[in-house]
Design a binder for this molecule. Sequence first.
Ligand SMILES: Nc1ncnc2c1ncn2[C@@H]1O[C@H](COP(=O)(O)OP(=O)(O)OP(=O)(O)O)[C@@H](O)[C@H]1O
Ligand SMILES: [Mg+2]
Length: 575
Amino acid sequence: MIKKLSKCIGEYKKDAILSPVFVGCETFLEVLIPFLMSKLIDKGINAGNLGEIIKYGAILIVFALCSLTFGILAGSYAAKASTGFAKNIRKRMFYNVQNFSFRNIDKFSTASIVTRLTTDVTNLQNSFLMIIRTAVRCPAMLIFSLAMTMYISGKMSIIFLVLLPFMAVALFLISSSAHPIFKKMFKTYDKLNRIVQENLRGIRVVKSYVREDHEADKFKEVSGEIYNYSIGAEKILSFNGPVMQLATYTAIIAIAWFGAKMIVVGNLTEGQLVSLLSYVMQVLMSLMMLSMVFVMLVMSRASAERITEILDEESDIKNPEEAVKELNSGKIEFKNVFFGYSDNKERYCLKDINLTIESGETVGIIGGTGSSKSTLVQLIPRLYDTKEGEVLVDGRNVREYDLEVLRDSVAMVLQKNELFSGTIKDNLCWGNKDATEEEIIRICRLAQADSFIQSFPEKYETKIEQGGTNVSGGQKQRLCIARALLKKPKILILDDSTSAVDTRTDAEIRRAFREEIPHITKLIIAQRISSVQDADKIIVMDNGRIDAVGTHDQLLESNEIYREVYNSQLKGGEE
Ligand SMILES: Nc1ncnc2c1ncn2[C@@H]1O[C@H](COP(=O)(O)OP(=O)(O)OP(=O)(O)O)[C@@H](O)[C@H]1O
Ligand SMILES: [Mg+2]
């Protein structure tokens, strides 16, 4: 984990190294200061020697100024290194998330990915800043000060040796009990993010169902949970301060007590006692700081684990080594295909699918909700991989293709389609950056989108709001169809993509498809029989299996399910 994260320091290595170096210089000078103080007291003040006082006084001022300069330099390099570190982690995480397959995304959930990219990275950034500023400072200070203490008086250093193990045990106990609570707290952050995200996305639904109070309660509950975890963890961590204080004051009392006795006997000078007391403070301050770093580490350990989970997650759909970059025809074959969203064989959603679709054919897919229609077509652009069997496009297994080539050739309008904020034109050009004005208009006419786009005052420059909330459902669907067509695919898959379009426009779209893009293989999933009636063949799905394949007339004659759907829709129409 540490190795993986430290790679993210990248180009900020220089800053990350310079900062501790300056901290080291700063610390070294700081440790020398009490020693010089003792000299100033013993040789200058006690001896009444003004020359010595001025000499040591001047040295002290120079040391203090240098120490300050080093401190400032260390601080600025540390800030640069830690923000750079965070930037690199975010970048890597984001890039990796872009590579995620649908399955990877299912696994993490969007809300959790968002928390990891924001809160967790900030945590890690803060503790990284602490580490590079104190990782050198505290141990160096500890060692220098201990060494100076031993140099001045060997006996006094025994006090530290007694206290140190006591503090180590206390720190260990504190951190090991706080870590699990922090872990739970971040999990709850995921939940909070999910609730907020869900609420904001669905705010219109929330309002129309007057569920504001319910949503507010949900939010209150989770933020209360976070509050409790946070209080719980902080309670444990709050022991840290008193433990350190106890140790500090015990040491000071012990030194004052034994020091005074030693001065009386003549084993110690007044100046030495003063410097010893400064060293106690320095040793204990550095221990206190170490313990604070410790606390941060405990807190950020949970975050670091969650970040590495994202960094380590490998997309289970990867480009093959020697990828095929050419895809010439829109022929599709399914051979003994089995598929499920989990590895549990009994819960497979597709069972033993065998199917051949010739290039240029128009194929309708019909079936009840949950009969795995969407699941079936998602295997063609390799949004998911089959569990058993193979899916072939243009005679080759889809796993052999370069993913970009495959997905450019197989345009799919997802059932849950999305428009992004930007102009209509921006959205349309997603699949094809270089599309010309004429091309865009031609394709939009084909998808029956041009007329309503032209009716907007700003036409193709009309701004689409986030999530496409300012166009109607049917308009959005037509825009998505046009966007897919602009990719100039070999295969076009429409997953329930005309459900919100009126039947007349739907028929217009089908006519345009037939006349203007006859060479493209078209798979049309629909609930309405009228949408697939004139297809070359129609597939009837039932519970993850293909129930029948045939033309409209054949199916009407021979297939029970199809006939039932047809009759129910016919009746609905007559009424
Ligand atoms: N991402 C997913 N993770 C787990 N299970 C899923 C996922 N997507 C779909 N399923 C399950 O797979 C089964 C088939 O779903 P699918 O979306 O393919 O049905 P469908 O025929 O397209 O239905 P509809 O007509 O309502 O769109 C359902 O039981 C559904 O619960
Ligand atoms: Mg579906």
